[in-house]
Design a protein around this ligand. Structure first.
Ligand code: KE4
Length: 428
């Protein structure tokens, strides 16, 4: 029995499903999850000592590659001064200043410890600011696991959502409308009928939780127009896209100024760090200034702040995102060509340092098109790549992530492995 299997059996005794986050359990691809023993740059090593080129990157944070020396040094230097104080620190001021200088839409920002906290707080804030209850999200988008966001679409247009998870009372989701991503007509119809009751729209500005699905320019424009017209708060959930797709984030690529933005992943460089922020008049409603309560023991944790500041300094270096985008596009064109050469209906697409691999002929533009992907072929491909030392996201519905440490040699090795993996898929 391998160490991974041994650890997995042990883990399952004391941790539900053997993991602390469901996607890690390899449920949708089968097999034994790899227990990561250490990581450096673009590589991880599992409990059996096997080396992998890593395209999960901790689901986004490892944009510099793992264990970047400058980040490790910053974490060490912060840690020796104490881990947490429950009091304000200079580092939090620096990080807030840095985030607000990088994102013009951020006039004020509050630091928290996870993306779920950030989006949950942003929605409560939007409801408090507008004194409205209804919220809009999109099918296929994931914004963390707070109750009002664990919702599946209602039976028809303008019908409120029903819980998509056990343990969520129907009452908690009856104010949540679930619409179709990239469906401008439906969005406009909904706002024409209910706009003045809608507190906010929360959207992944490039969806990454139904795999990568890009918004159409018309959808981007409509989101800003309808929320502006009806006084609803536009929340860009940039937990995944923030500083991943560009230094200016998705909002910079879109040329849109959202009212609130949520951030996470990259801004903590792998440590528990997230944030929500935006218009000062909205942020003025948050405690201790206003009536909307929000708090956190480890919010703005000094060690996590140090990792975030070190990471943001390095990704702000000239040419960083241009190179990251180039490497990711190189990977995607290689994967698409390899699939075509093998006669497999698959393609890949990217934005900045995140990419999607789709087992269907064309790049999807909505959740229903993602559902047409051939999950069985993906599973075979995933394991054929894992066997060759390439660690992809263990789900057909997750985006992949490239770091600045993924050089040409590693990208080319990945494409070479994909050629063999697609041949196996084609052989059935
Ligand atoms: P966390 O609570 O997991 O830090 O963030 C929630 C969240 C919010 N918004 C977006 C756009 C997100 O992608 C996420 C979390 N992303 C997943 C990856 N699909 C985290 C991986 C996991 O759940 O283990």
């Amino acid at each position: 029995m391998s160490r991974n299997q041994e650890l997995f059996e042990r883990a399952k005794k004391f941790i539900p499903g053997g993991v602390n986050s469901p996607v890690r359990a390899f449920g949708s691809v089968g097999g034994t999850p790899r227990f990561i023993a250490r990581a450096l740059g673009a590589r991880v090593w599992d409990a059996d000592g096997r080396e992998f080129i890593d395209y999960v990157g901790s689901w986004g944070p490892a944009i510099l590659g793992h264990a970047h020396p400058a980040v490790i040094e910053a974490v060490h230097d912060a840690a020796v001064g104490g881990l947490s104080f429950g009091a304000p620190t200079e580092g939090e001021v620096e990080l807030a200043e840095r985030l607000c200088s990088l994102l013009p839409s951020l006039e004020q920002v509050r630091l928290v410890s996870s993306g779920t906290e950030a989006t949950m707080s942003a929605i409560r804030l939007a409801r408090g600011f507008t004194a409205r209850d209804a919220i809009v999200k999109f099918e296929g988008c994931y914004h963390g696991h707070s109750d009002s966001l664990l919702v599946k679409a209602g039976s028809g247009l303008l019908t409120f959502g029903t819980p998509s998870s056990g343990g969520v009372p129907a009452d908690f989701t009856r104010h949540t409308l679930v619409l179709e991503y990239n469906n401008v007509e439906q969005l406009e119809q909904t706002f024409a009928r209910l706009g003045d009751t809608i507190a906010c729209v929360i959207v992944e500005p490039f969806a990454g939780n139904m795999n990568l699905v890009k918004p159409t320019p018309e959808f981007v424009q409509a989101l800003r127009a309808v929320t502006e017209k009806h006084g609803s708060v536009l929340i860009y959930d940039e937990v995944m896209t923030g500083f991943r797709v560009d230094l200016a984030c998705a909002q910079g690529l879109h040329g849109v100024r959202p009212d609130l933005t949520t951030l996470g992943k990259v801004i903590g460089g792998g440590m528990p760090m997230a944030a929500f922020g935006g218009r000062a008049d909205i942020m003025a409603c948050i405690a201790p200034l206003g009536p909307v309560y929000q708090a956190g023991t480890l919010s703005g944790n000094p060690v996590a702040v140090a990792a975030g500041l070190a990471t943001l300094a390095l990704i702000a270096e000239p040419g960083f995102h241009a190179r990251l985008s180039r490497q990711t596009a190189r990977l995607c064109s290689g994967l698409t060509q390899a699939a075509a050469d093998a006669g497999v209906a698959a393609c890949a697409d990217s934005v900045g340092g995140m990419f999607g691999l789709y087992f269907r002929a064309g790049v999807p533009q909505r959740f229903s098109e993602m559902q047409q992907c051939d999950a069985q072929s993906f599973r075979r491909f995933f394991h054929a790549m894992l066997d060759q030392g390439i660690y992809l996201a263990p789900s057909a519905f997750e985006a992949g992530f490239v770091s600045i440490a993924h050089d040409d040699a590693l990208i080319d090795a990945t494409v070479a492995a994909a050629k063999k993996a697609f041949a196996l898929v084609a052989a059935g």
